[in-house]
Design a protein around this ligand. Sequence first.
Ligand code: G3P
Length: 218
Amino acid sequence: MKFFIDTANLDEIREANNMGILDGVTTNPSLMAKEGITGEQNILQHYVDICEIVDGPISAEVISTDFEGIVKEGEYLATLHKNIVIKVPMIEDGIKAIKHFTKKGISTNCTLIFSAGQALLAAKAGATYISPFLGRLDDISSNGMDLIAQIRQIYDNYTFDTQILAASVRHPMHIIQCAEIGADVATVPLKAIKALLNHPLTDSGLEKFLADYAKGNS
Ligand code: G3P
């Protein structure tokens, strides 16, 4: 399973990249706003800055909701860097735009997926990635992980190339369960990636190894 980091924070992106386990980055307008990145030129420059840190797919989200606007924005974003993936919302004009981008060889990430039917439509349009939002389904007492499993089954039935990019991942168990089900990618906040490192037996085991070494070498 590939690991993307879900943030627009450059320090966190650098930290995850320096661990050597990072395959890509996802952003969205809310994550940009959280970092105080506002204004078209600043946002575009921020995408370029991210591309210079990580050599992998970098999702840049359009804000238009009509076909012509999505295409214009997406085609411009795609010129910023070879690794830019155009993030398009799951709406009718978004599906039409994904089909257009697919024909032009531009990579896409269909975002705000909350049902298997939406995932099927996005795959039919040729989306490179789809982003089902696990945590937000859990938030409304629906089972986000069941959706990942359902989409996995559907894509495998028809050997769709579209990759399942599990999003709105909130904690380490989400990551483990995504890997068990066979999500292609999980996009995760740095805190959840780092939580995978921890186990009390690792800490106590290391403490004892170092103490025993010190005893034998003092
Ligand atoms: O990748 C989508 C993500 O940014 C949304 O996460 O936690 O706001 O549901 P969250």
